[in-house]
Design a protein around this ligand. Sequence first.
Ligand code: AGP
Length: 614
Amino acid sequence: MCGIIGYIGNNTAPKILTESLKKLEYRGYDSTGIALLDNNSRLVIVKASGTVNNFKKKLDLNKLTGKIGIGHTRWATHGEPNNINAHPHTDCNNKISIVHNGIIENHQEIRHSLEKSGHKFLSQTDSECISHLIEEYLNNNDDIEKAIRHTANTIQGANVVVIIHKEHPNKLFCFKVGSAGGLIIGNGNNEMFVSSDIPAIIPYTSTVTYLSTNEIAIISSEKVEYKNLEGISITKKTNTIEINRDSISKGEFKHYMLKEIHDQPQAITDTIGSRVSFTDNKIKFEKFPFTNQEIKEFSKIILIGMGTSLHACMVAKNWFESITRIPTEVDNSSEFRYRDIILNEKSLIISISQSGETADTIAAMEKFKSSNSKQITLSNSPKSQTSQIADYTIDIRAGLEIGVASTKTFMCSLTTLYLLSLFLGEKRNSLEKTKITAQLSELAKLPRIISNMLDNQNQYKIIAKKYYPYSNFLYLGRGLNYPLAMEGALKLKEISYIHAEGYPAGEMKHGPIALIDQNMPVVVLIPKDKMLDKMLINLNEVKARNGTIIAITTENTNYIENLANDIIFIPKTSDELIPIIMSIPMQLISYHIALNKKCNIDMPRNLAKSVTVE
Ligand code: AGP
């Protein structure tokens, strides 16, 4: 959840750290801070609650010096998001400074024992234990590496830490235990960078190494030494990252979210990309690890994810069932990880995590690794932690997504899942060849359809202006559009702070109908598909209770026109693919309402882009 940065080299650390933190801010924006070993060999710490911009106001960058430092943007877990709880934290003698991402499960025990030995804690955080623990170990033994390894072995839970020490001004130290988000080491020209994620590093270098769990890195400006937690040296592979530097800027758009919504025609083209050969209507997944026989023998699919990724799973359940004829279930990773589910070698777990860092999804994948079931993961960051657990990773190819609200990663996850269901269906002969051809030709039209939808946002602006003062919304859908109703409600609540619920339309009269009156806009997802007649019944029920209806439909029918207060039209495509284009109105209604409410769209309160804690 938090963003971590470290720098060592010949350039000015404060400037690099501050600029890099801005690029990691999507991971948490409760507070910001940096620690430097300055040109007068002092340990200097500057921190502030709130965003990086707020922090910058507090800081005179020109007055700060130093060629080594660490920085942090926080998503608070222990202790309020105030200045004292902001990272970096120090020891009692102001020699050590640390930044941390994760949760130290035994922090109370450690704190209690350190306090008994005389350590004075300043903050309410679990993180502060780390600097005091290192100090304590150094009191008994002056080997800093040993002290850090000892600390890594003492703290429990999933944690990533970067450390500087006043008496070791030419070294940055870091370690990772468990899966508390990534730690990437960037190899520059006589300078090194450490970061939670690629965007902070990419302006400086594209040569990177990923720190794995139970590893420590000792970094100087010329080299990095990797060791395991027993102190034995290890060799690690260096990777070259390919990332479009333009994708990091907002370009002409007011918000990353809007830019990313507009990226979707290209993103979906990239997702389909070389996976589909339209000449012979074949789908290919490079180096797919399971044999045709294994695919034929799959007896159960379980789709897992959280938030928007879970909604993608819910849509895909329908596709996998009807296309592959394999019984398919969906679960929220945080529930799935504690289930006593029966799995075997014929079970296929498909996890979705655009970040590849979601703690619950990682834990669920790890837990069922021993069940012999097969695992596929979908990620927008194919070298991420989820890919290290799964048997096979599918890159959803959405391009970097900075806005906290997932948009293009949802659309690309859906597209990838659809392709995967067709691919498995073809191998199992559960689908006629003509059906695959027809679906692929519909899929090929999506980038153009979506691009046309984005060209005219007037209908969304009008609706947003009219409805933004309302405090509650209900979203209703059926079949493939029920998860889209959930996604629409999630998008609205997370960026506009309006209370919204998504329901399967048939469920409405079992309770939610009690809420309906003229103050409760009901967004009804009613494309002209096989559920139309059923949805019309629900529309009438809302109308009969004086409800205010915003209908989203593919075609105008007199019925809908007579019943709805407002209508949004979306283009036609095959019934199966409607959820992919239905995501556009779900995104744009929320975006324009949040814009009217002047909300902080890219960094909504209390949220972070990657949820690396349970
Ligand atoms: C939705 O807009 C959010 N960004 C959130 O629900 C997100 O989908 C969820 O936290 C899962 O993230 P992941 O795909 O990176 O695992």
